[in-house]
Every structure is written in C-alpha cells, then in structure tokens.
Design a protein around this ligand. Sequence first.
Ligand code: ARG
Length: 420
Amino acid sequence: MSAAAASTKERVVLAYSGGLDTSVMVKWLQLERDLDVIAICANVGQDAEDLEWVKQKALDMDAIYSDAVDLRKPYASRILKKAVQANALYENTYPLLSALSRPMIAKYLVDYAHKHGARYIAHGCTGKGNDQVRFETCIHALDPEIEIIAPVREWDLLTREQEMAWASEHNVPVPTTAAKPYSIDDNLWGRAIECGVLEDPWNEPPADIWTMTVDPKDAPDEPEYLTIGFERGVPVSVNGERMKYLPLIIKVNEICGKHGFGRIDMVENRLVGIKSHECYECPASLALIRVHQALEQLCLDRDTQHFKHQIDQRWATLVYDGLWFSQLKEALDAFVESTQEFVTGEVRAKLYKGSLTVVGRRSDYAIYDYGLATYSEGDTFDRASSHGFIELHSLQSKTWSRKQGPGARRAAEGHDFEQF
Ligand code: ARG
C-alpha cells in the first residue's frame, strides 16, 4: 500500500511553482499543520523551469501527489478569448495578465481538491497583493466549503535569509542562484515586474527587466505589417494564416516583441488600498485588444460602442478584483458576447520601433458605409434631411436661450456679454 493510501491525515492542495516560497510550504504544511500535501503546478504559459522536474521536486519532499498541468489551451480559449472581446484593460492600461490567470488556476485547484478529498487549499501569495484576494475569492465562489491556508500571512519567515535557513534545516532544496531583484509573474498574456528599484516611481525601469520585448531603439529599422483576422470578436488568423488561439497568441507575442511593442509603466490602484508602481510587457495582449477595438469601431453602432466601453471598464475592474466567478461578471459576459456577433473581419497594423498603429480594417458586416461617408462621387447621404434634424436638435437650446440664457439676458440688458 502506498504512503498516501495508508495516511489518515487531512489533505491540502498547494498551488506550487517550484520556487523557494512554495517549496518551503510543502514541508511547512506537513510539519506545522500535519497535512498531506498535494502539490499542483499550473502551466499558464509562464517562462518556468521544466515542470516535470518541478513536480518531482515536490514528490522528493514527500508530497503525496504532484502534477504539472498544462492549462494553456483552456486559459486561451475560455479566458483570454473573453479578455479580447471585452477589451480588458484595468485603469485603461493593464491587460490583467495576473488577474486572468488566477480563476483558471483556482478552478483546477478546486477540481484537484475534490478529486483527492482535500478540505484545504494553500497558496503562496503575499499578504499585500491582489492575487491572494483573487485566489481565495475564486476558490470560495467555486466551493464555499473549502478552507484556505496562506502560509505567507502566518509564518514568521520574514526574510529570504530566514526562509533559506528554515529550508536547509528541513531538507528543502534551496536555490543556488542569487535572489532575483524583482517580483515577476508571467504567462501567455504578458509579464508583470515589480519591486526592487521600481518601488521608487521616479526611477526609469532598468533595461534588464524586459525579456519579451526588445528595446525599441534596437528594433528593426523597417516596419512590419501584421494582419489579424477575427470571427465574432475572436482572433482566428495572423497574416491570412488560420491558427488556433494558443499558437496565435504565441506568434503575436513574438512578432510584436521583436518590434519592441507592449511595454507599460504605470502606477496602479490595488484592491487592497495600496498604490504600486508596476511594469508590464504585453505584446500580444495589447496588440490584440487594440486591433479588436479597431474592428469594433467598424462593426458596432454608436450607442452599442459607447455603452460597451463602460461595460468593458466594469468587466476589467471585476476581473481585477477577483470576481471572475460572480453574478455580475456572468451578466456582463452575456452582454459582451451578444455584441460580438458581427465583429468579424480583418485589421492591419504597422509595427515600428515600439509602436503599433492600426492602418486598415475591413469587414463584410461593417456599419461603416462608403456612400454615406464620402465627400466625393457616389455620395448617397441626403443633405437636405440635416436641416430638419438640426432644427429639432437645437430646439431646446433656443427655448432655453430665450427664457433664461444669453437671449433672455441680452433682451433684459440690451447688450452682449461674456458667456463662457
Ligand atoms: N499588479 C498586478 C495585478 O495585481 C500584477 C501582480 C503580479 N504579481 C507579481 N508577483 N509580480 O494583477
């Protein structure tokens, strides 16, 4: 009989990355909480060590079960698809890469907990960030009975040195490389870089923080055109070649990164009340959202486009706040989905030294009408009808002016006066 089957201990599913924090947690949960540990490592497209090796590392520390699960396809097709349709940019800037990956991972952690009869889920998020809120809120939305353990909020291993010392005392392999100067989270949707010298928002980000994008000054001297095809608001082709969404994202990251497009430097409002200086590089996510917006400009009518912009912002804030699995988010999803029915067509963009400029768009469903728009031959717009339209549109201005506004004052005082 295996050790796992023989054990009568309660179980915890740990979101495991293979790094120092979560490795220490494998042992800490066993020793301090007397739990059997199931270590799950989720691949959402991060630039990680070999995940099979990470899984083995957990087993070597007596995890009763470990798995490295490739979530890149469902992450792309279920989550990043919606992110593009909703033009998801928190505070009009940040494409939400960390916020979007957490519900995906949370779903799998809950599934593993159910499969293995675990009552607890543990994660390695710090006590000051958004990600702890997102993990726990998503997990509780999926299963309100699961209990969360956040060792970083409880243990007294406050410095890396203390953690390293605890690790070597308890046979947890310690990293041989120096501590990285930044805190990094990355996946298919981009890369987040914080801490270190970035904690002073006056500091220009050092060149070494960027890995997905070249410095725009070193980008090719010739521009490159990139054409993205969409069906119902979902990207389906690159430069005329049909592609599944996962390889499409990877390819767009590559092309845009080569031209130095996708760098963001912002001060962001965290949910927990802290402002933080954040740098992101998001070649594919920013590019796909930009070109999707350009196609919406062609295919949505004015009211829908304006209203959707507000919905998009609300959607982004909900996702930022960890409310992926929530009533309002589901309702907004339905609205967004319904607006995408005719967002089908192509957008052409030009990449050049850090910039992406939309230079063309076309759709069989375009509401844009050449006959109505043109000032040349072929004009179909009935100019005469504008007269009556403006007559009614300005009627309230006229009546207000006569009774209370400039017209009334002129009549009373007998002269013109400053109106602004
Ligand atoms: N501020 C971003 C967010 O809350 C990114 C957090 C990324 N985490 C990190 N360890 N760098 O979504």
